[in-house]
Design a protein around this ligand. Structure first.
Ligand code: FRU
Length: 492
């Protein structure tokens, strides 16, 4: 169904409770509702926003269009958690309501200041000719979770030299000063990031463009920038649009990645850094955001989805979820991403299996399911390839394997179930050389997240298998390998 502008930009004030209940009933009938991921009650979720540890809890907001699985009038939806794994739906946090955010409360971030949580976000507006005019707006959440918007934007103009694609402020504090990076497009239609500084989060001074070493033309727009320091290095994360596929790289419609280098020079904007790396080598990952928690951990959450792609849940009136939280560290100029330790709290019943496997499947007892964590380690291998098949059923399987000849990890969803986004291919690959290969795999009703070799690489993908496709098989071809496998059911 094509959605009209009127349908996409309807105010929630005009929507009745019955209508919302009707939408919720349609969503509830969906066979692919997730069980341990943050997902919208109805409608479409996209970017994680305002991720922060505040007042003893983790707060995580997301971009939300409540009325259907399309991009329309965006709100901020609020969720919170004490442990990063059990999340509570709090409700609407920021509603587009005035001339500075009339066409969407777009992405932004949060920072604690004077005992309150300050939410800096982009107010998206459109004029009568449908031209975009972005404003950077501020809302303040108090200890009771009450959110109050400021009457006027804190950054009202796009600086000279940049187009109206100017959004997604990510704020941080260095010394006594606040900084924000903002995703931007230069007038020559190349992507970049600018930054601002402020003493009080209300008055912002333009500080120029961040000077990276990525060249003048690295995509046409950079969305959702994030800058932080970790393990003594400067890390710049962003989501560039417009990179062409290159071998196994940049296979999705849009990318998300990072560079690691020296700390950003806050006077000159200079950032010297190493190569650009994609954060996730799978299919469905975009617009991540990080925060630092009370223990000093740098934690990242991404949108498990991409714009401009139809998903099988659309017909049930909802789309997308957030990824599991990942703890970051830096090793040899790359980010290591590990699932946060608290995920172990979700572990239920456990089964184990091990053996030496040659040209066969490992005999495994009790290995099956729809929702689980599965850890498999392959060592001492002479096999040409080995791996795991999961959500196996009639004509269906999702394959995670290591091709020891090409030295690549492979995630194959060609036969995962209901097909979608096939124009972007159904296989993702990533080079990796190691003696031992381990897969830590989180399987929810319609997603797979694979952490390879303790977070050296991550592959995320939605899959839409049949309910009866619950098989798990571990295999090796063309030689031998030692295998150790452990599986836990996930607490519902
Ligand atoms: C990224 C993005 C952001 C924007 C938001 C709108 O997915 O396009 O740049 O703020 O989504 O929902």
């Amino acid at each position: 169904m094509e959605w009209t502008k009127e349908q996409r930009y309807r105010s929630m004030d005009d929507v009745t409770d019955e209508e919302i209940q009707g939408l919720a009933r349609l969503v509830d009938q969906c066979p692919w509702r997730q069980t341990f991921h943050i997902q919208p009650v109805t409608g479409l979720l996209n970017d994680p926003n305002g991720f922060a540890y505040f007042n003893g809890e983790y707060h995580l907001f997301y971009q939300w269009f409540p009325l259907g699985p399309v991009h329309g009038l965006k709100h901020w939806y609020h969720t919170k958690s004490k442990d990063l794994v059990h999340w509570e739906n709090v409700g609407l946090a920021i509603e587009p309501s005035n001339e500075f955010d009339s066409h969407g409360a777009y992405s932004g971030s949060a920072i604690e200041h004077n005992g309150k949580l300050f939410l800096l976000y982009t107010g998206n507006t459109r004029d009568e000719n449908w031209n975009r005019h972005p404003y950077q707006c501020l809302a303040v959440m108090d200890e009771d979770g009450k959110v109050t918007k400021l009457d006027a934007p804190v950054i009202a103009n796009v600086p000279e030299g940049y187009t109206e694609h100017f959004r997604d402020p990510k704020v941080w504090k260095a010394g006594d000063e606040f900084y924000t990076v903002i995703g931007a497009q230069r007038e020559n239609e190349t992507g970049c990031v600018v930054f601002y500084r402020s003493h009080n989060l209300r008055d912002w001074q333009f500080a120029g463009e961040m000077k990276t070493e990525l060249g003048e033309d690295f995509g046409y727009m950079w969305e959702c920038p994030d800058y932080f320091e970790l393990d003594g290095q400067g890390v710049f994360v962003f989501s560039p649009q417009g990179l062409e596929p290159e071998g196994d790289f940049y296979q999705n419609i849009y990318q998300s990645g990072y560079v690691v280098g020296r700390s950003l020079d806050l006077e000159t904007g200079e950032l010297s850094h190493g190569a650009f790396h994609e954060l996730d080598r799978g299919f469905d990952f975009y617009a991540p955001q990080t925060t630092v928690d009370a223990q000093g951990r740098r934690i990242l959450v991404g949108w498990m989805g991409l714009p401009e792609i139809d998903y099988p849940t659309d017909k049930n009136g909802w789309a997308h979820c957030l990824t599991l939280p990942r703890e970051l560290s830096v090793r040899d100029g790359k980010l290591i991403q590990e699932p946060v330790a608290e995920l172990e709290l979700l572990r239920g019943e456990k089964v184990e299996g091990s053996g030496v496997l040659a040209n066969d499947y490992l005999p495994l007892e009790g290995f099956e399911g729809e929702v689980y964590e599965l850890n498999v380690e392959f060592s001492g291998s002479s096999a040409a390839e080995f791996g795991v098949e999961l959500r196996v059923g009639e004509g269906e399987k999702t394959v995670i394997k290591y091709d020891a000849v090409a030295k690549k990890v492979v995630f194959d969803r060609t036969h995962s179930g209901q097909a979608f986004a096939e124009e972007y291919g159904t296989v993702r690959k990533c080079s990796l050389e190691a003696e031992t290969i381990s897969f830590r795999i989180f399987v929810d009703a319609s997603s797979v997240e694979v952490f390879v070799n303790d977070g050296e690489e991550v592959f995320t993908g939605r899959i839409f298998p049949g309910k009866n496709s619950t098989g798990i098989r571990i295999f090796a071809h063309g030689g031998e390998t030692n295998v150790k496998a452990v599986k836990w059911d996930m607490e519902k």
